[in-house]
Design a protein around this ligand. Structure first.
Ligand code: HEM
Length: 401
């Protein structure tokens, strides 16, 4: 089938789902001109995520020709948790998981509610919901997690977007340069923050940076690993969560009947968050590299093949979900793969769900009649699905009477 990740038609991101469905139904293992393959069925992704012997995450071989081995982007992406295998993966992951326990999350909730309410207070008629709301929440949450002083957070969002943008299948020289500059500037920034935290440690129960430093001092992480993984946490938790919240507000603008059900029964909101994650997955593609030849759906995949795992297609696989293209907040069970699976399952999934739940609940409570205005703009990215602009008419209850 003629699906080439590196040559998608203009406007592909407006509605990629018919192409993903065709891929999943007719070419579940789809060879690409560069030798990589796209995998798109739910059961296949589920199996691949769990088998970390045959399908590894290390991307050194893939990123060397893409970024060049001496570049900041190469150093960053090959040191971060998500693109590593044991033993680095095990060491770093255990430190992060320890800082995002249910207890730590419960302790964060009141500040998150206050943050969301404060942002809602600031929204004005016609404002952009990404800039003023969906994009602002995760930056503050991760800024708190790493203990980055509030008045120094302004550049974080731009750095994060530039570094993650470099993971797109096709990159312009300008995007490459922006990504490299962002890694360098971010590292300089973090060196200062880390030195300060070494001198004045935070609460290791909730402050991920203090935990990472403690493990670094115990011989667990090198300085480079420490800094690169701080960058990674911000990147991992920022654009994805912004997209979750933005995609939710967009879906509930289109589906007023679902919105009415959530307003009548806010207990449906956690299920709605998962349904947004399934239907409009913020992270549409993952990757793995094969270590041995395997045969899948009659296609032989050689060892050393870069696999693109199409989460977005898998999450609408009719073999795994009834009526898969419908938005159904009541869906149970909802075994989507928006947070991947197996040993690399998203470390921040509970935090992301909490952010999504609180953002949606507080927003709907304050602006039950909101309506998006013309002018919504989607990010042209293929890997991450979300909006860069969502202008809104808030229709405050007080203004309606
Ligand atoms: C809606 C929001 C989010 C989505 C959709 C999402 C999605 C994902 C996915 C699909 C992976 C697996 C990547 C792979 O192995 O191929 C992942 C990994 C990861 N995510 Fe998230 N994520 C979200 C939010 C967050 C947040 C808020 C944080 C942290 C504060 C976070 C931290 C991480 C980390 C550390 C990993 C690496 C785990 C590992 O390799 O062991 N994520 N995420």
């Amino acid at each position: 089938m003629g699906f080439d990740l590196k040559a998608l038609p203009d406007g592909f991101t407006d509605d990629p789902y018919p192409a993903f469905a065709a891929l999943r139904e007719t070419a579940p293992v789809c060879p690409q001109p560069d030798g990589s393959m796209v995998i798109s069925r739910h059961a296949d992704l589920d199996r691949i995520y769990r088998d970390t012997t045959t399908f590894i995450s290390d991307k050194t071989r893939v990123f060397a020709p893409k970024f060049g081995t001496g570049t900041p982007l190469f150093a960053h992406h090959t040191t971060s948790l998500v693109f590593s295998d044991p033993p680095l993966h095990t060491r770093v992951r255990s430190v992060m998981v320890g800082a995002l326990t249910p207890r730590a999350l419960a302790a964060m909730e009141p500040a998150l509610v206050a943050l969301v309410d404060g942002l809602l207070d600031e929204l004005t008629e016609g404002c952009d919901l990404i800039e003023g709301f969906a994009g602002a929440i995760p930056i503050e949450v991760i800024g708190n997690l790493l203990g980055i002083p509030r008045d120094r957070r302004a550049p974080l969002r731009g750095w994060s977007l530039a570094i993650l943008g470099a993971l797109e299948p096709v990159l312009s020289p300008a995007q490459m340069a922006a990504g490299n500059a962002a890694v360098t500037e971010f590292l300089d920034f973090l060196r200062e923050i880390v030195a300060d935290r070494r001198a004045r440690p935070g609460n290791p129960e909730t402050d991920v940076l203090t935990r990472l430093i403690a493990s670094d001092e115990g011989g667990g992480l090198s300085e480079a690993e420490l800094l690169q993984n701080c960058i990674f946490i911000l990147n991992a938790g920022h654009e994805t969560t912004t997209n979750l919240i933005g995609n939710a507000l967009w879906l509930l603008d289109r589906d007023r009947a679902a919105r009415a059900r959530l307003l009548a029964d806010p207990g449906l909101i956690p299920g709605a968050v998962d349904e947004v994650l399934r239907l409009e997955s913020p992270n549409q593609f993952g990757n793995r590299l094969t270590t041995a030849p395997i045969t899948l759906h009659g296609v032989t995949i050689p060892a050393g093949t870069d696999l693109h795992l199409c989460i977005a297609a898998a999450n609408r696989d009719p073999r795994a979900f009834d009526d898969p293209d419908a938005f159904r907040p009541e869906r149970r069970p909802n075994r989507h793969l928006a947070f991947a699976g197996g040993p690399h399952t998203c470390v921040g999934f509970s935090l992301a769900r909490m952010e999504g739940r609180i953002a949606l609940a507080r927003f709907l409570d304050r602006y039950p009649d909101y309506a998006l205005r013309p002018g919504a703009r989607r990010s042209p990215r293929i890997r991450f699905r979300g909006f860069t602009h969502l202008p809104v008419a808030l229709a405050r209850p007080t203004e309606r009477t």
